[in-house]
Design a binder for this molecule. Structure first.
Ligand code: ZN
Length: 328
């Protein structure tokens, strides 16, 4: 028995090479199968209720415990993941954004993914963003284009500098209404003008989520609108959490003892206080590490990204896997 668990995070899992958007940052289905074979070989996959019970008793997980988490409610999870994990009789934990599913919107974060995937030459997207910023500069007191570029065009572990720049600018740095004007303009010119149809193709439906739930999968909260929750005041945070719990009730989920998966991995003290009051027992971030129930705050557990584990069933155990085995 141990108090340690490897929580793995997945987003898009789909056919990419032969698809309309081969540049979408996701995992090919055959690679998911290979990675699952690897995980099944070296880990013991646990359920959400096993994790919740272990948090209650501060420990008591099987050795090499792993939990599989799937963010953002993509239909990929229903069509591609569910049949595979169901066959292996293992549980996945799914964190869908209700606003996208109930209102048939496309989340800004996903619009940005598809804008980037639709256009090869990223400098042409930046040019277009800059020309819109030129028009909006005076009205919204924007800084100069060069200023933004100098500060935010910085490569990170997922993206080269131009892509990181576009994401940063459109996800957080520009004022909210400027961001959404620019994103909507780019999305309708480069991706589609039918947001509703696109949303219905991109995300699971309520029926599909209910089906996952009936088949023993776990569905938890990912907020309601997929906002940066640390940017909201206490009242708005409470609205987000309450409406996400209403959604979980529609699906038939447990809202007395539940798991929160923070959009973008972000949280603050007032959110943690609120979650405690609402019966949330586990919070999942995007900090990269193994989770240790004896050391970590259960409301801010780290996760590995799918890219942190091998995508070959017969791969030798990598550092994360060795570290998990040593800590067990
Ligand atoms: Zn998300």
């Amino acid at each position: 028995m141990s108090g340690q668990v490897t929580i793995v995070m997945y987003h898009y899992i789909r056919e990419l090479t032969h698809s309309r958007y081969p540049e979408i940052k996701g995992l090919e289905i055959h690679k998911f199968k290979e990675q699952l074979a690897y995980i099944l070989k070296y880990y013991h996959i646990i359920t959400a209720s096993e994790l919740l019970a272990a948090v209650d008793s501060a420990g008591d997980l099987p050795r090499n415990a792993a939990l599989l988490t799937f963010d953002d409610g993509y239909v990929d999870h229903y069509t591609n993941v569910f049949p595979i994990i169901e066959k292996h009789k293992i549980q996945g934990c799914f964190f869908p954004p209700p606003a996208a599913i109930m209102k048939h919107k496309v989340l800004d974060v996903n619009k940005i993914h598809f804008i980037l995937a639709a256009i090869k030459d990223k400098s042409s997207i930046i040019k277009k963003i800059f020309s819109m910023m030129d028009e909006l500069r005076a009205g919204y007191s924007l800084r100069s284009n060069a200023d933004y570029y100098a500060e935010f065009a910085v490569a990170n572990r997922f993206d080269p500098a131009p892509v990181a720049f576009i994401k940063r600018l459109l996800q957080t740095e520009l004022p909210e209404c400027v961001r959404s004007m620019i994103i909507d303009d780019l999305f309708s010119s480069f991706v589609t003008s039918d947001e509703q149809a696109f949303s219905q193709e991109l995300y699971m439906s309520v029926d599909q989520l209910q089906c996952l739930q009936r088949h023993g999968m776990y569905i938890g909260s990912h907020g309601y609108n997929h906002y940066w929750l640390d940017h909201l005041d206490g009242e708005k945070q409470e609205e987000e959490i309450n409406s996400s719990l209403e959604f979980l009730k529609i699906l038939g989920g447990d809202v007395n003892k539940w798991i929160m998966c923070y959009p973008y991995g972000v949280y603050n003290e007032s959110l943690l206080d609120l979650l405690k009051r609402k019966g949330c027992q586990v919070g999942l971030t995007t900090r990269v590490d193994l989770a240790r129930l004896d050391l970590d705050n259960p409301l801010t557990l780290p996760r590995l990204d799918t890219n942190d584990l091998p995508k070959k069933g017969d791969a030798r155990p990598n550092d994360w896997t060795l570290q998990a085995a040593a800590a067990s």
